[in-house]
Design a protein around this ligand. Structure first.
Ligand code: ZN
Length: 224
């Protein structure tokens, strides 16, 4: 069986994390999220991890070479031998190029880049409608999963809050950054014939089924 090397792209609120976890379970490849990897590298005190933490502690962005190095180190680990699912990397064309060269150098290649598409207004509605209870962190949504009593947790009666990260203004700002950084990547992978688009306005299970079907087709084509 050939490797299953995947990149997940999509705006916040498109369900990337959930799809990544489902696919990791379905196909037995690790879900590699950039933030988690940088934290893990710091904790493991690898040379690159120490370098990354120096930048993070001084409040600077971790430079591309360091992020790329940490990601490549992770892709070289045993559990990623049969494939990986990258989430949050690459974010820039420079990172995409570096990843492509590094994979080429190891005789590995990308299987596909999965783009989860959702319009900005839906993303804003999904995220800004979230409410979290103060006591236990139970999550609700004002439209899609409202509590029985407005503003109160069904399970422990504590007050529901909106997280700062979930406020509309914050979400709109994250979306701006996403469009600015990610649209060039969409074109980049489209030119290379790797991009597959999925309608993330559909229910999670349906999106998962579409992705699995697309990957099955890709593997079938590969084996012909
Ligand atoms: Zn609660």
């Amino acid at each position: 069986m050939s490797e299953l090397n995947l990149i997940l792209l999509g705006p916040p609120g498109a369900g990337k994390g959930t799809q990544a976890d489902l696919l990791a379970g379905d196909f037995g490849v690790p879900h590699i999220a950039t933030g988690d990897i940088l934290r893990a590298a710091r904790e493991a005190q690898t040379e690159l991890g120490r370098l990354a933490s120096q930048f993070m502690e001084s409040g600077q962005l971790v430079p591309d070479e360091v992020v790329i190095g940490v990601i490549l180190e992770r892709l070289g680990q045993d559990d990623a031998r049969d494939g990986f699912l990258l989430d949050g990397f690459p974010r820039t064309l420079e990172q995409a190029d570096a990843l492509g060269h590094a994979l080429d150098g190891q005789d590995r290649g990308l299987t596909a880049v999965l783009l989860l598409e959702a319009p900005d207004d839906l993303v804003v509605k999904r995220i800004s409608g979230r409410r979290v209870c103060r006591k236990e962190g139970h999550v609700y949504h004002v439209d899609f999963d409202p509590p029985k009593n407005p503003g109160r947790c069904d399970r422990d009666g504590s007050e529901l809050d909106q997280r700062d990260d979930d406020r509309e203004q914050t979400v709109r700002r994250r979306l701006e950054v996403y469009h600015e950084q990610t649209e060039p990547l969409v074109a980049y992978y489209e030119e290379r014939g790797l991009l597959r688009r999925f309608d993330a306005t559909r229910p999670l299970a349906e999106v998962n089924a579409h992705i699995r079907a697309a990957l099955a087709t890709l593997r079938l084509e590969e084996s012909l």
